[in-house]
Design a protein around this ligand. Structure first.
Ligand SMILES: *Cc1c(COP(=O)(O)O)cnc(C)c1O
Length: 378
């Protein structure tokens, strides 16, 4: 029955990527081991320069994780107790977690059900005199509706911090994610579009003062060694991770194009599949997604996942529960009556398929064939 099973389809294929980059990565790692500047070494400065060039943003600051890449900008803006920060209801928990970590209150807004991103029309209804910032998330690799969000921020005197953890390299009207708002934080968690071999992140800004401030915050709030003028943290990215990321960034433009091709192959493969409740991802006009995830909508999701798993095809749900309904977060809610129905429905119906720049066409065709088969049987 199951003689066609590909036993080892990875959800994200990092092994093939390593094999392609092995010499460059190994050489760069050994160089760091030899020179010994494990913290704030030359690769950190080199990688920050390359990041700033790639994104087209004047200032790039590496940090220890995507979580720090959201928290440090909020600390730099002085966001804290009594302040409100508007964000989406549908994201990875770090988006809301960092708002709580600085002592502020997240105000969750529903999504546009087509793009899965925060709905600007809903944002304006939730702006109060306490609102300090908007944190839109560029979910699954597609930049949030940034023109509308920036316009609202300007009108109400708010700051925008784009959560670009999933959208490194994505573009909107030709400009890259990270370069479309005052501040942006991305992640180099291994499974993200640009991944390190451990945790990592980066912050982008066009504001020199904020950049300097965030650099101090990243170094325990010090403007010079052992002189602490503000509250900070240990938020640095290791030299070794920057060395690995330098090697990976060289290949990234090619990988980004491959991600477009893989997404197109899925789109074409599913173009004839008509079934109630089944939908492929939609990319809005002017956008190019980084395709962190290729996310379908499907009814009877757990059955769908179970049957694909029998063919050796892994799937993943990002995310099975909206943030304001996570136990700890729900307990902090001040206005639990908000309407997050689109976000809730997404959390119940989304499922992501394997997505990697190195996904072989033959493997992908196998996945497409089995998805069609399973969907018809549901
Ligand atoms: C991964 C992710 C983060 C956090 O990044 P880490 O590097 O894991 O700390 C934040 N927001 C979103 C949307 C993410 O996907």
């Amino acid at each position: 029955m199951h003689q066609e099973v590909f036993v080892n389809i990875p959800f994200v294929d990092l092994k093939t990527q390593y094999q392609a980059l092995k010499k460059n990565i190994d050489d760069r790692i050994h160089k760091v081991l030899d020179h010994g500047a494990y913290i704030n070494g030359p690769e950190v400065v080199e990688f920050e320069k390359k990041l700033s060039e790639f994104v087209g943003c004047p200032y790039a600051l590496t940090c220890a994780s995507g979580t720090d890449a959201l928290m440090i900008p909020m600390m730099a803006l002085g966001i804290g107790p009594g302040d409100e920060v508007i964000t989406t209801a549908f994201s990875f928990i770090a988006t809301a977690e960092t708002i709580h970590l600085v002592g502020a209150t997240p105000v969750y807004v529903d999504i546009n059900p087509v793009t899965f991103n925060i709905d600007p029309k809903e944002i304006e209804k939730r702006i109060t005199s306490k609102t300090k910032a908007i944190v839109p998330v560029s979910l699954f690799g597609q930049i949030a509706d940034i023109d509308a969000i920036n316009a609202l921020a300007k009108k109400h005197g708010l700051n925008v911090i784009e959560d670009s953890a999933q959208s490194f390299g994505a573009t909107y009207k030709g400009k890259k994610s990270g370069n479309l708002s005052l501040l942006s934080g991305t992640s180099f968690f291994p499974a993200k579009p640009l991944g390190a071999y451990g945790d990592g992140g980066a912050i982008f800004t066009s504001d020199e003062k904020l950049f300097t401030l965030m650099k101090e915050i990243r170094e325990h709030g010090s403007e010079k060694r052992y002189y602490h003028t503000r509250l900070g943290l240990n938020g640095r990215l290791d030299t070794l991770q920057c060395a690995i990321l330098l090697a990976k960034l060289d290949r990234y433009p090619w990988e980004f194009q491959q991600r477009q091709k893989v997404a197109q192959r899925y789109d074409q493969g599913f173009s004839g599949l008509k079934k109630a409740g089944f939908a492929t991802p939609q990319i809005a006009a002017g956008h190019q997604s980084a395709w962190a995830q290729y996310t379908l909508r499907i009814q009877k999701r757990s059955e769908f996942q179970k049957q694909l798993q029998e063919f050796g095809i892994p799937t993943s749900v990002h995310y099975p529960m909206i943030m304001p309904e996570q136990p700890w977060y729900k307990a902090q809610l001040k206005s639990p009556s908000s309407d997050w129905s689109h976000a809730r429905l997404a959390s119940e119906t989304v499922v992501s398929l394997p997505m990697s720049p190195d996904l072989a066409a033959s493997t992908q065709d196998f996945i497409i064939e089995k998805v069609i088969k399973v969907v018809h049987q549901l």
